[in-house]
Design a protein around this ligand. Structure first.
Ligand code: GDP
Ligand code: IMO
Ligand code: MG
Length: 426
């Protein structure tokens, strides 16, 4: 029966990959349901570091890895990632890819870059991977799907149709060269035969698995506050990373999800543009960045760093109905005298303890901090809650009171075994 969703509670890079990996061999299927290779999930397994962008983290355990219909797939990246893992001895032969997933093509990447440049200081700070344009085409009914690879003449027609408008834009508005439709189609078709054995009716496969009482883990990419409907629009990604996205992005009904685990970092980070009330633009922010190695897995950009914002996590807990929170990178906070935690905002002189409805208010939110006692000890060897110093326990308990769900697991280091479990996640 169990359908479990893992969702980022902040702005991404919370450690979702590591949290997914925790469930490891007890999971039968691990499903990516949204986003594409804008994600970057780093896992450390038996001392080996793996960086995954498109494949579900379950590729590193015994589960069947699945790419659902809600994902946008760059085939060059997919096969590069598969080859890289194979070269390191990882078996990827069980991978399934939905026939309904959309493809990212060269023109999506080009459009992503030129539109960002055109926006100037209103840019989103995208990953430049073509994610937004690929989802735009999907919604515009101009997208190319995995199944189109197996009907070359349809594929060529669809690519030509999708490019017609874009080439006008590229040439007349963006002053770029037109893209040749046949070249794009050839590049896509070159992958068709290698992809064919992986293509499946993922909806059927997953529902059958749930009927057999197997465990299906839906691995979110991005995060609640990057969701196109629920995030800090327009500074968001172009998909629905929230828990409900697991249903649309894979074809399982909401009644089949019975656990939603929010992944929250013990402080906050964000990559790209957009509001971030607790951001630290001073030496404290630099210290968090250095201690937490907060540099992007995907684009190598510095992550913006700040204190834990309980309002941000609470909003995610509410809209996703978190049953549990997995708190990551608590080890990075060792060594501070006091640790500020944002418990409310001051917005134009008024105090609120909930995320404001209006985006303008959010841009003007000034954090109200509570200063919790820090701890000096290195906690990376802790394996039970009782192993943690008293002040660390108090920090976790206070976050739990503020954040809208029980904290069931704590990350105390990047490795698979560096974890304190409070409640079983399954
Ligand atoms: P994701 O995108 O949510 O999967 O997160 P990323 O992989 O982009 O970023 C999280 C980073 O923190 C990775 O480098 C992980 O190896 C690392 N990490 C995850 N959990 C912990 C933890 O509890 N402690 C420490 N020190 N690092 C962690
Ligand atoms: P994981 O899964 C952090 C951000 C980008 C940009 C915005 C839109 O590793 O947590 P896009 O390329 O998606 O159109 O960019 O979203 N973004 C992420 N930030 N972690 C991610 O993924 C992200 N995926 C997208 O930086 O601000
Ligand atoms: Mg990441």
């Amino acid at each position: 029966m169990p359908g479990i969703v893992v969702v980022g509670a902040q702005w991404g890079d919370e450690g979702k990959g590591k949290a997914t990996d925790q469930l490891g061999d007890r999971v039968d299927y691990t499903v990516r349901y949204s986003g594409g290779n804008n994600a970057g999930h780093t896992l450390v397994v038996n001392g080996e570091k793996y960086a995954l962008h498109l494949l579900p983290s379950g590729i590193l355990n015994d589960s069947v890895p699945v790419i659902g219909n809600g994902v946008v797939v760059d085939l060059d990246v997919l096969f590069e990632e598969i080859d890289g893992l194979n070269a390191r001895g990882v078996d990827t032969s069980k991978l399934l890819v939905s026939a309904n997933a959309h493809l990212i093509t060269e023109y999506h990447q080009v459009m992503d870059k030129v539109t960002e440049r055109f926006l100037g200081n209103r840019r989103i700070g995208t990953t430049g991977r073509g994610i937004g344009p690929a989802y735009s085409d999907k919604i515009n009914r101009l997208g190319i799907r995995v199944q189109d690879l197996f009907d070359a003449s349809i594929l060529r027609q669809k690519v030509a149709a999708a490019l017609e408008q874009k080439n006008h834009l590229l040439v007349k508005v963006y002053n770029r060269r037109a893209i040749d439709a046949d070249q794009v189609a050839d590049a896509l078709l070159a992958h068709a035969e290698r992809l064919r054995p992986m293509v499946a009716d993922v909806t059927r496969v997953l529902n059958d698995a749930l009927d057999r009482d197997q465990v299906v883990l839906f691995e979110g990419a991005q995060a609640h506050h990057l969701d196109v409907d629920h995030g800090t629009y327009p500074y968001v990604t172009s998909s629905n990373p929230i828990a409900a996205g697991a249903c649309t992005g894979s074809g399982v009904g909401p009644m089949r999800i019975n656990r939603v685990i929010g992944i929250a970092k013990a402080y906050t980070t964000r990559v790209g543009e957009g509001p971030f009330p607790t951001e630290l633009l001073d030496a404290d922010g630099d210290r968090l960045r250095t201690d937490g190695a907060e540099f992007g897995t995907t684009t190598g950009r510095n992550r913006r760093c700040g204190w834990y914002d309980a309002l941000v996590v609470e909003a995610a807990a509410t809209a996703n109905a978190f049953t549990d929170i997995f708190l990551t990178k608590l080890d990075i906070l060792s060594g501070w005298e006091k640790i500020p935690v944002c418990v409310a905002y001051d917005i134009n002189g008024e105090r609120t303890d909930r995320l404001p409805m209006s985006q303008s208010d959010f841009h003007h939110a000034v954090p109200v901090y509570e200063y919790l006692d820090g701890w000096k000890a290195d906690i990376s060897g802790a394996r039970t809650f009782a192993d943690l110093p008293r002040n660390t326990q108090a920090y976790v308990r206070r976050l739990e009171e503020l954040s809208g769900a029980r904290i069931s697991g704590i990350g105390v280091g990047p490795s698979r075994e560096q974890v304190v479990m409070i409640n079983d996640l399954l």
